[in-house]
Design a protein around this ligand. Structure first.
Ligand code: GLN
Length: 191
């Protein structure tokens, strides 16, 4: 693969995605401005605070640049806050988003008591064993649109979904040793 994976680096845990790609041996590049998308073949939008990232989208003109990037068919992978930013419909409270993924997603949906948890889920196409999943003030996907495929579930809810070139996880695959989700995304980039 010659094109780098861009990692949106305006806020959140982008460095851990870089570490994961480093481990896999995939070239990566941090994306802070629209111009950084040059030469990037796919983009990871990390977890963090979606509200804070949204402000950067407006201030840096990143929103239209990301929409343009995705409309070229280049793969985009959002984790947690990144998934919220990709969703068409955001609840609790409603907020703006890129609207690239036809799901309804509820922010902080596991309740205040459960700030974070480690669970086991299933992604049968990616791994034939349970996948360790770290949830941090995580959202829950409440509605899955017709064109959206559920790739992973945990406790009966969709946690990894895909619509064409868009992939979204409500958990943090960069926080475990398990490379399978990142490898799956890299495969999308090489298609
Ligand atoms: N609660 C955050 C939000 O609503 C997401 C948390 C995360 O990315 N780990 O944006």
């Amino acid at each position: 693969m010659n094109q780098s994976v861009g990692i949106l680096a305006v806020q959140g845990d982008f460095e851990l995605h870089a570490k994961m790609l480093e481990r896999i041996g995939a070239p990566w590049k941090l994306v802070k401005h629209a111009s950084d998308l040059e030469g990037v073949g796919g983009l990871i939008m990390p977890g963090g605070e979606s509200t804070t990232m949204l402000k950067f989208f407006v201030n840096e003109g990143l929103g239209p640049a990301l929409n343009e990037f995705a409309s070229q068919g280049k793969p985009v992978f959002g984790t947690c806050a990144g998934a919220i930013l990709l969703a068409k419909e955001v609840l609790n409270p409603p907020q703006e988003s890129l609207g690239l993924l036809d799901v309804g997603i509820e922010r902080n949906a596991y309740g205040r008591q459960i700030d974070s948890s480690v669970r086991r889920g299933d992604c049968p196409e990616l791994a034939d064993r349970p996948v360790e999943m770290v949830f941090i003030r995580a959202p829950i996907i409440r509605r899955v649109g017709d064109g959206v495929r559920v790739v992973g579930t945990c406790d009966g809810v969709p946690v990894l979904v895909e619509q064409g070139n868009i992939l979204a996880a409500t958990f943090h695959p960069e926080l475990t040793e398990d490379e399978s989700v990142h490898r799956y995304f890299l495969k999308k980039m090489s298609h």
